[in-house]
Write a protein that binds this ligand. Structure first.
Ligand code: AP5
Ligand code: NA
Length: 350
């Protein structure tokens, strides 16, 4: 295949967010009623948090937004121009910083622009090994189906063969997600999603029920798997293999293409379930340990895993190969600050 065959092959949707990272004390989390390891959407009570954070702590601004993190990473391993990212930002300094970080990794950002709101941010509050994420979507929340249906944007959607949408985007524009999912289904293309956070099955179960039948590949981590299993009343919510198998076997618009479910578990093995085969369809892939001394922070590990997996999946590599590349890219990102990819990257060799 030539690099021309990969032009615009992956289109992703998520919230473009600038991460505001700081080490904080547990008291700071307690003050805003935050769990040490969680991801939530900011509400009224979190408005002063952002102000206090930048005033009281040395903060670092790092390009974030889960979907954009993954696409930047996938692009680093793919031929030029393979990836396009869609979401809503403002035309302010943060929006420009996000677009330029995307372009630096070779990702094509096609932001809808809302001038009336600031670009979204995500407070990344680190306490020891844990991180608490509070996303203030701001402009990101303005994304609407009106943008994706503009001829010049839809043209990019039509060009793509693979779609990757985070569960975070369910809170913003389910209408756009369904439109793209239906297109993928009609055209026999591949539609992929991520659970993204425990709150998506908890508060957006109805939306998941509408989109899951279109999902060919679903990613998540162990806490998201448990939240999903609990909300969907599975008998053994702590059994991640059972959860993966059940989701893989859930009803599908195109039953000829079995669904793949991929759950990572930090340094523990990654679980993959395929189709309607119950435990028979489950495989487990061990993770190679990264020496503690080499870990800077695990932020972006899950997003990088998806990036590595996608980069191989779209080049039609085997499942073990896709998972290994996910583990490899995640192992590089945890050696960097935030969801950043190394300046110089070796070639992935399985
Ligand atoms: P963050 O949650 O930090 O990133 P993540 O990629 O999800 O990283 P996690 O550390 O949570 O990983 P995970 O649990 O998914 O994966 P796992 O640990 O299993 O946040 C990232 C972004 O989210 C931010 O940039 C923010 O902007 C964005 N965000 C927040 N709210 C948002 C919203 N509403 N909308 C849009 N964006 C939003 O690890 C995966 C793999 O990594 C493992 O399989 C393994 O290979 C490797 N790995 C992990 N830990 C180890 C280890 N200790 N040793 C070896 N390998 C490891
Ligand atoms: Na990192």
């Amino acid at each position: 295949m030539t690099s021309q065959d990969f032009k615009g092959t992956i289109v992703g949707f998520c919230n473009p967010l600038l991460d505001i990272c700081a080490n904080v004390e547990p008291e700071f989390l307690a003050k805003y009623k935050l769990k040490a390891n969680d991801a939530i959407l900011a509400s009224e009570e979190h408005v002063p948090l952002f102000q206090e954070l930048v005033e009281k702590y040395p903060v670092k601004y790092i390009a974030g937004g889960a979907g954009q993190n993954s696409l930047r990473g996938a692009q680093r391993l793919l031929p030029e121009g393979a990836t396009t990212f869609i979401g809503c930002a403002s035309n302010d300094a943060f929006g420009k910083q996000l677009a330029s970080s995307a372009k630096k990794d070779g990702l094509n950002p096609l932001y809808m622009i809302d001038e009336n709101k600031p670009t979204g941010t995500c407070a990344l509050l680190i306490t020891g090994q844990d991180r608490s994420l509070v996303a203030n979507l701001a402009a990101a929340n303005s994304y609407s189906v009106e943008h994706v249906t503009r001829p010049e944007i839809w043209e990019q959607v039509e060009k793509a063969q693979y779609y990757y949408v985070t569960g975070f985007f369910l809170t913003v524009s389910p209408e756009s997600i369904l439109k793209v999912a239906q297109h993928a289904h009609e055209q026999g293309k591949t539609f992929m999603m991520n659970v993204s956070a425990p709150f998506t099955p908890e508060f957006y179960k109805d939306t998941w029920e509408k989109v899951l039948p279109y999902v060919d590949v679903l990613f998540g981590n162990e806490t998201e798997a448990e939240a999903w299993a609990t909300q969907f009343h599975y008998d053994h919510p702590k059994d991640i293999q059972d959860t993966a198998a059940k989701i893989a076997a859930s009803p599908k618009e195109n039953p000829n293409r079995p669904r793949t479910v991929v759950f990572t578990q930090g340094s523990e093995s990654t679980v993959v379930a395929i189709g309607n085969q119950g435990q028979e369809g489950v495989s487990v892939f061990p993770v190679q340990a990264v020496p503690k001394a080499e870990i800077v922070d695990t932020n972006g590990a899950g997003d990088a895993f998806v990036a590595g997996f996608l980069s191989q999946y779209v080049t039609k590599q085997s499942l073990p190969h896709c998972v290994q590349c996910g583990h490899w890219l995640a192992s590089l990102v945890i050696r960097e600050s935030g969801a950043s990819y190394p300046e110089k990257m070796a070639k992935f060799t399985p």
